[in-house]
Design a protein. Sequence first.
Length: 433
Amino acid sequence: MIKKCIDFLTTQSSEIWMGGPQIVMIKIKYFIYLLREKFPWLFKIIACPVVFLEYVLTPLVYVRVGNIGSDRIGNLCLGPDMYLSEIDLNKQKIKYFDIFFFDGNICNMQLAKMIKRTLRINSLAKVLFFLNSSITYGQKHIIPINEKTVNLYSLRSNEVHFKFTNEEQELGQKKLWEMGIPEGSPFICFHARDSSYLNRLSDENVYYHEKNWDYHNYRDSRIENYLLAADELTKRGYYLIRMGSAVDRTLATSNPKIIDYASKYRSDFMDIYLSANCFFFIGSYTGLLQVPQIFRRPIACVNAMPFGAIFAFRDDYLHIPKKFWLPNEGRYMKTSEIFRSGADWFYYSQQYDDQHIELIENSPEEIRDLTLEMEERLKGVWTMPSEDENLQGRFWSLFKFNPKEFDGNIDYHSKIKARIGAKFLQQNRYLTE
């Protein structure tokens, strides 16, 4: 037994000697995790003096720790931006000393780098997070940054919190030139969700090996349906860039101004640079859509699902949702029926199947009409149809503003600023009933 202890200590000392401070940090974190899992009672005993010290120091400095979900791009974007938006809007009445850590594999190194330039990031904060989590009082020292506890309306803030350096700006321009986009040429990004990214995540991350992502399929759409809009926009002088970190097929087009970036040029850096600098972004509700959102780029959202999650808090967002077809009755569901049935917040494909609801993707023509409306609005040449204001008012009056699953913790929509595509509402008047 003594020999085993000596061998163990010798091995640990040797590894620390060879690896330096970085190995020390890893071993400390591993030791803490081991205690937490195997000896929770001992873990709480260790946590007590740490939390007590935080309590004593509170009059001088209020220390808090927070985790940033980093294995999905949506989480990596939304949490930090909502936190900083709350500060912009003077929601924090107390001055905090906040420290964060990335929780999980980092899905985009460029965005992580930009977050590190803005927030205090330290991997040891994860240890302090676990210690605080184990004791009731310690939970006061945890930063609440998730969409169920922070007001999404804070995203009305126009401040862009994450900046590119001069060197990064030069690199972005160089990459655009390599893609065939001349300096100063306007470009628009577009993206259609498919299952490729989550399938790759299951292959690469042991945590997700057994995960079945099929429940997300109701949000998928076909990239081919975007090509009519893309062609029309190139005629107006824009380059169109197909986005995605993993896609199930290449883009079938001979238009030289439509660039299949996802298949040919994709990188962590350009995922962020393109989304942050596009004239506007066309896409559905995916994690990637959060990138233009945190850089305050206008968004034309097509195939918007879940229906009740339509982003209503910004005036530079346009939306068209998928349509709810009832095959047994041979008709589409009205907005009032969607909310009455609870289908507005169905998160799983099986829920739609159980209710015999078929989701109909937006047609190429519907996507084209929405994107042309967005382009004309942004250029200041949009002519509003005479009845649009009335149709918009009737549609938004049907919306429920506090989804049940959020238990009233947030005001999801708050003031309505976004709009539904004008032509879409004209052609689908049942949505105003």
